[in-house]
Design a protein around this ligand. Structure first.
Ligand SMILES: C[S@@+](CC[C@H](N)C(=O)[O-])C[C@H]1O[C@@H](n2cnc3c(N)ncnc32)[C@H](O)[C@@H]1O
Length: 202
């Protein structure tokens, strides 16, 4: 059986009990370097996932009889490896264990409900900001190219009244949550790994 396990936003305490149990009963653990480091006491074989996605998929397909867990940050079904593996592995061999997404985490920190949110990502694409900013409540996972600064400039271009929340390094010791209007967020020189929430001003 192949498990795809969401680790939660970062700090290992956020993993589900089931996820933890399945990880430690696996023979092989596959995941990004940072994620594998978070289970340093795992005794079995570890395979690092980076740009070798196709090779890892072939490896998994050849080893379906083994007890393999693929670990992913947050929830694997939110801009994670869940989609790729679900599209490429027979579902009878797959077990996805959801985790707490960085998106869920930031909403709990700012005491805003997640009802009717629009979830999107800037990873590897040019976002349609007219469409994104037409929503009342947006949460976006970002990359190095399109992050809080670019989002704020797009808000300013359209003269919109939005409140922006930037959640960096969520659940880690160096977590930082910055809340402000576009001009205030633009004053912050640099943001580390982050999600951005965009809300209509009340
Ligand atoms: C490939 S996506 C994975 C999202 C993940 N599946 C989830 O549910 O949180 C990676 C992006 O998620 C966001 N992210 C993941 N963990 C984060 C954290 N601890 N703090 C802030 N942002 C995080 C960042 O935007 C990062 O670039």
């Amino acid at each position: 059986m192949i498990n795809i396990i969401g680790l939660g936003p970062g700090e290992f305490d956020y993993i589900t009990k089931l996820g933890e149990k399945l990880i430690y009963s696996s023979d092989i653990l596959i995941g990004g370097k940072r994620n594998l480091e978070s289970v340093e006491d795992f005794k079995g074989e570890k395979i690092v996932l980076s740009t070798n996605l196709k090779e890892v998929l072939e490896y998994i397909k050849k080893n379906l009889h083994k007890n393999i867990s693929v670990i992913a940050s947050g929830d694997p079904s939110i801009y994670g490896i869940g989609k790729y593996l679900s599209n490429n592995i027979d579902h009878k061999n797959l077990n996805i264990v959801s985790g707490i997404s960085s998106l869920q985490y930031i909403f709990s920190k700012i005491f805003v409900d997640m009802n009717d949110i629009y979830i999107t990502s800037s990873h590897g694409k040019t976002p349609d900001f007219d469409y994104i900013l037409s929503h009342k409540k947006v949460c976006m996972v970002t990359d190095d190219k399109i992050g809080p600064h670019k989002i704020c400039k797009e808000i300013q271009k359209r003269n919109l009244n939005k409140v922006i929340v930037v959640g960096e390094n969520l659940s880690y010791d160096n977590e930082r949550i910055t809340i402000g209007k576009a001009e205030e967020i633009l004053e912050v020189e640099k943001f580390e790994m982050n999600v951005v929430v965009i809300l209509d001003e009340k």
